[in-house]
Ligand binder design. Structure first.
Ligand code: AGP
Length: 612
């Protein structure tokens, strides 16, 4: 996700734009830019300044905005999704002679076909971004009526967007429109605003209008007009924001971790949607022919921490869907164990930051041995993204909280996409199964949302058990991988000792630790292992454990043994991790908050471990 801001008023725009962008850096920070319009020799001029890196670079370039003149402009701070972080890819993007200049937050899913269409019409692209296609498409439709051109563009594009637009021949006026990406409108005596989020403008006004999808705004310093797609004027209400600045940066959530837990439905949808076209999984960035995929005889997955837990889930999913043997290693172990890889082993490394030292070293070790490496990465242009042979980007947006949640969930669905693509190409999945899986995959965001909508029970349980000393998470098969992530979440944000155990392994020693009141979380989403899991829970229960059951709706026999049961919506067995992990994220979060800990910045931890 990116941050956009616009201002039309009585003051110099550039300093206001930069101030607004500084409050949106949590939405993206790999490059930034502003466009400000003024009159020169009675002619309208739009000055665009863009910079690579954090916002302070742009601030220094523009002397905190004082070097750029004009009272109407737009600004953008970028989280790269299409095209590496660079000045050329930074926003604003514009057509020739800056006839149309715009900033965009979102993903134009059909930008490739638009780019081909526009190049055929003679347009030349200066960047790799989807946003430039939007700017040039708007230019191609613009014949002097901004509304008409905007409506035509909205009919041609697919995806999510919040857009701020300047037309050079419409001085002092900003147009804006949104679909699926947030956009707010602010009004004040000193001028009017557009922004991705409240923090950008809270310093200047708390009178805000949250426009709906496909509503178009025309904004000058004196007037704000709203239109529908029929170009009919519509009336909109303004509300007063009561948040303070800090709360506003978290979108009203108390912590980034909770905000990012709640962003999971959208992050998962953003990662899936561009890769599912008319019911088919399309992963162009894979850069592998069907023959190469059919020729893979082993997958070697390598990562750290939560990304490693994704690999553990991936082992069950990919072996089941694609019939390929999967080995999984901790990156810190892989690089020193002198791994024996076959010639046709595909190495897959997973990393949110793309900068984890051990994972990067594992990638380099694999390439040194002549193996192709696929990276599943969230940060565009990161070291792992640049050095992998191909990259499947997760489109989770910036993840601020040290404990990963939305990035982890998008890594999972990236694995599901691979499993379905490989499984179909290798004849392991029938067309009917494939179609069913794809349909279920697209339901995951709404099912995650349903869990979030019922968080109160988990909040209550967390408050009741925030004093826990030792917690065991046990599961079988995929539920064991889920247990690993649940255990790490709890440990890293609540400092409570916790262990994940293969449920069948408990009796081989560790069950000696179970005593009266020990909390045991039993994860049971896999139908064929459910009864076995129940019998393991009976074992711990008979030794005095407090059993928290986590299973799918319908498995009500869990309540015969569990002291408390959390249910998640049913889904395909292979996708169970995506749902079962959400209550465990919430449990860890609420226990940490209940203990009064710094949940976003847990002690001893860093968001990206760039050292061995
Ligand atoms: C997860 O909550 C932790 N913050 C940590 O385990 C993390 O997953 C690990 O350090 C890997 O980071 P990466 O995904 O950026 O490579």
């Amino acid at each position: 996700m990116c941050g956009i801001v616009g201002y039309a008023g009585f003051s110099e725009a550039a300093p206001i734009l930069l101030e607004g962008l500084s409050k949106l850096e949590y939405r993206g920070y790999d490059s930034a830019g502003i466009a400000v319009e003024r009159e020169e020799n009675k002619e309208p001029v739009i000055e665009v300044v863009k910079a690579m890196g954090r916002l302070h670079v742009l601030m220094e370039m523009t002397e905190n905005g004082s070097a750029v003149h004009g009272t109407c402009g737009i600004g953008h701070t970028r989280w790269a999704t299409h095209g590496e972080p660079s000045v050329a890819n930074a926003h604003p993007h514009f057509s020739e002679d800056k006839r149309v200049v715009l900033v965009h937050n979102g993903i134009i899913e059909n930008y490739k076909e638009l780019r081909e269409h526009l190049e055929k019409k003679g347009y030349e692209f200066q960047s790799e971004t989807d946003t430039e296609a939007l700017a040039l498409l708007l230019d191609s439709y613009y014949q002097g009526d901004p509304l008409e051109a905007i409506v035509k563009v909205l009919g041609r594009i697919r995806g999510s967007y919040a857009v701020g637009i300047l037309f050079k021949d419409q001085p002092g006026t900003i147009y804006a429109v949104r679909k699926d990406s947030p956009l707010i409108i602010g009004k004040s005596e000193s001028g009017n605003f557009i922004a991705s989020d409240v923090p950008a403008i809270l310093k200047y006004t708390n009178q805000v209008c949250f426009i709906q999808d496909m509503e178009i705004v025309k904004l000058t310093r004196d007037e704000i007009t709203f239109y529908d797609l029929d170009q009919e004027e519509i009336q909109k209400e303004f509300t007063i924001i009561e948040w303070d600045q800090q709360a506003a940066e978290k979108g009203g959530f108390e912590h980034f971790m909770l905000k990012e837990i709640y962003e999971q439905p959208k992050a998962v949808a953003d990662t899936l949607n561009p890769r599912i076209q008319d019911g088919e999984i399309v992963i162009e960035e894979l850069g592998m022919t069907p023959e190469e995929i059919q020729g893979i005889d082993r997958l070697q997955m390598v990562a750290c921490g939560s990304a490693y837990h994704v690999c553990m889930s991936a082992k069950y999913v990919l072996e089941r869907m694609a019939g390929i043997p999967v080995d999984v290693d901790l990156a810190s172990e892989f690089r020193y164990r002198n791994p024996i890889l076959t010639q046709n082993t595909l190495v897959i490394v997973i990393s949110q930051s793309g900068e984890t030292a051990d994972t990067l070293a594992a990638l380099r070790e694999s390439k040194k041995r002549g193996h192709k490496v696929l990276g599943i990465v969230n940060v565009v242009g990161s070291s792992i993204a640049r050095e992998a042979d191909s990259v499947l980007y997760t489109l989770a947006g910036p993840e601020i909280s040290v404990a990963t949640t939305k990035a982890y969930s998008t890594q999972l669905v990236a694995v599901y996409l691979l499993g379905l693509l490989f499984g179909k190409l290798r004849g392991c999945i029938s067309s009917e199964e494939y179609a069913e899986y794809v349909k279920e995959l697209q339901k995951l965001p709404e099912k995650i949302q349903r869990i979030l909508d019922e968080k109160e029970r988990i909040q209550w349980l967390a408050n009741k058990y925030s004093h826990a000393k030792d917690v065991f998470f046990i599961g079988r098969g995929l539920d064991y991988a889920i247990s690993m992530e649940g255990s790490l979440k709890l440990k890293e944000v609540s400092y409570i000792h916790s262990e994940a155990y293969a449920a069948g392994e408990l009796k081989h020693g560790t069950i000696s630790l179970v005593e009266n009141g020990t909390m045991v979380v039993g994860v049971a989403t896999q139908p064929q292992l459910f009864e076995k899991e129940i019998s393991n829970l009976v074992e711990v229960k008979s030794r005095g454990a407090f059993v928290l059951g986590l299973t799918s709706y319908g498995n009500y026999s869990m309540e015969d043994i569990a002291d408390f049961t959390i249910y998640v919506p049913r889904t395909a067995e292979c996708f169970a991790t995506s749902l079962a992990v959400v209550p465990l994220q919430l449990l860890a979060y609420y226990i940490s908050v209940g203990k009064g800990l710094d949940v976003d910045k847990p002690r001893n931890l860093a968001k990206s471990v760039t050292v061995e």
